[in-house]
Write a protein that binds this ligand. Structure first.
Ligand code: GLY
Length: 376
C-alpha cells in the first residue's frame, strides 16, 4: 500500500512542477494540443477552453506557497473573465458549457466562495438549460450547419459530462428545473446511445420537429456501430456523475455497464486505439485522453458501486500505466503531461499528441488517488 501511495504522489508532484512551469509561458491563453513540445493557443469559445483553468485550480488548491497559489489563481481568473464574453453571444455557446464552466467559474466558486464565479456558473447553466429540446427530451449539442446532419436535432455522448453543471445549478439555487432537464436528457441518452452490446455511439440525430430518433452517426468514431474510445469513456464517467448527483439507480447500472464494456474492450492495454472497432489499417492512433477520462470515471464509480473495489483497482491500473508508460517525464521539455492522445482521427486532426483534456483528467485522477475531488 505504501508503494501505491508513493507512485501516485510522485506522479502528482511531477505534474504540479510541469504545470507551474507551463503557466509561466502559457499564461491566460487556451491551450489545446502540444505541437513539437509546446502547447498551441486556441479560441476561448472552443469546448476545451475550461481545461487549463480547471487544471490550474486543481494545482492551486495544493500550492506550496501563498505566492504560487495567488499566481495560479490570477491566471485562472483571467481565463474566466475572457470566457464570460462568450456567454453574451448565442452563436458562441453550445452544450459544452458544462466542460467550460464547471472547470472555470464553478471551480473558482467551490474553491474560494467567489460570488462572480457562482454568478457566471449559474448564467452558463441557464444557457445550457435553454438548449433542451422539449419534444425529443435531449440537449442540442452544436449550432453549426452541416451537410451530413441536421444539427438542430443532434445530441452527442460527450454531453453526459456537461450535466453536472445543471445538477450543481439546482443544488446551488434550490430550483429543481435544472436537475429535471438533466435527468430527462440522461434518460434519452441511456435509451438511444447505449447499444444492446453495451458499446456506445458518439452522435445521434433526432428529427428537430418530432423529436424522434433518425439515425446514429459515427462522429469522431470510425462509423455507425463502432466504439469511439473517448465517447465510451465519457459515458462511463458521465453516467456515474448522474448517479452521484441524483441517487437514481438506473444511472449507476448504465455507468457500470459502460465501464465493464470499456474495460473488456481495453483488455490488458493502458491506452486504447482512438476507436476500439476501427479496422486494422486505421489502428495507428492512440488516445491517452480516453484512458485518463476512464481512470477518473472508474475512481468515481469506485465510491458509488457495490463493486467499487474492482473499479478502484482498474482506475489505479490505468493511472499508474499512464504515469509509467505515457507521461512526458519531469526532465523533458515537452509541455504536455501525457503523450499520445488523439483529437479527431476521421479528420486527421491531432493524432498521437498531448491534449489539454488528457492532462486535466490525468491530474484529476491523481488528485482523487490522493484523497481529493475533481471539479465535476
Ligand atoms: N467533446 C469532443 C471530444 O471529446 O473530442
Amino acid at each position: 500500500m505504501a508503494e501505491e501511495t508513493n507512485w501516485a504522489e510522485e506522479a502528482w508532484q511531477q505534474g504540479v512542477l510541469k504545470t507551474v512551469r507551463n503557466a509561466q509561458r502559457i499564461k491566460d491563453t487556451f491551450p489545446h494540443t502540444s505541437i513539437q513540445g509546446e502547447y498551441d493557443q486556441n479560441a476561448p469559445e472552443w469546448w476545451t477552453a475550461g481545461f487549463w483553468p480547471g487544471l490550474l485550480w486543481l494545482v492551486q488548491r495544493e500550492a506550496g506557497t501563498a505566492q504560487e497559489a495567488d499566481s495560479l489563481s490570477r491566471i485562472a481568473l483571467s481565463c474566466e473573465k475572457q470566457l464570460e464574453a462568450c456567454l453574451r453571444d448565442p452563436d458562441l455557446v453550445d452544450h459544452d458549457l458544462g466542460f467550460v464552466w464547471l472547470l472555470s467559474g464553478v471551480a473558482h466558486y467551490r474553491q474560494t466562495g467567489n460570488a462572480d464565479g457562482r454568478r457566471r456558473g449559474l448564467l452558463a447553466a441557464n444557457l445550457l438549460a435553454a438548449r433542451f429540446h422539449v419534444r425529443g427530451r435531449f440537449i442540442r449539442a452544436w449550432n453549426f450547419d452541416s451537410a451530413a446532419m441536421d444539427t438542430r436535432g443532434v445530441a452527442i455522448i460527450d454531453s453526459m459530462m456537461n450535466l453536472p453543471l445543471l445538477y450543481w445549478a439546482s443544488e446551488e439555487s434550490g430550483d429543481p428545473r435544472f436537475r429535471w432537464l438533466a435527468e430527462a436528457h440522461a434518460d434519452t441518452v441511456a435509451r438511444e446511445f447505449v447499444r444492446g452490446d453495451g458499446s456506445i455511439c458518439h452522435v445521434v440525430e433526432f428529427d428537430p420537429t418530432t423529436g424522434q430518433k433518425v439515425r446514429e452517426h459515427g462522429g469522431q468514431g470510425h462509423a455507425p456501430g463502432s466504439a469511439w474510445a473517448r465517447g465510451n469513456a465519457w459515458a462511463l464517467y458521465g453516467f456515474a456523475l448522474s448517479f452521484r448527483y441524483t441517487g437514481e439507480a438506473r444511472y449507476l447500472e448504465t455507468a457500470e455497464r459502460a465501464a465493464d464494456v470499456f474495460l473488456a474492450m481495453l483488455g490488458e492495454d493502458i491506452v486504447p486505439p482512438w476507436d476500439f472497432r476501427a479496422p486494422a489499417e486505421h489502428q495507428v492512433a492512440w488516445d491517452s485522453s480516453a484512458a485518463a477520462i476512464a481512470a477518473s470515471g472508474l475512481l468515481e464509480l469506485a465510491k458509488l458501486s457495490p463493486r467499487g473495489e474492482a473499479y478502484a483497482a482498474a482506475g489505479e491500473r490505468l493511472a499508474r500505466g499512464l504515469y509509467e508508460r505515457y507521461s512526458s517525464g519531469a526532465s523533458s521539455a515537452e509541455e504536455g503531461l501525457i503523450l499520445q492522445g488523439t483529437v479527431h482521427y476521421p479528420e486527421r486532426r491531432g493524432l498521437n499528441v498531448p491534449i489539454i483534456y488528457g492532462d486535466y483528467f490525468y491530474m484529476e485522477t491523481l488528485a482523487k488517488l490522493r484523497g481529493r475531488e475533481g471539479w465535476f
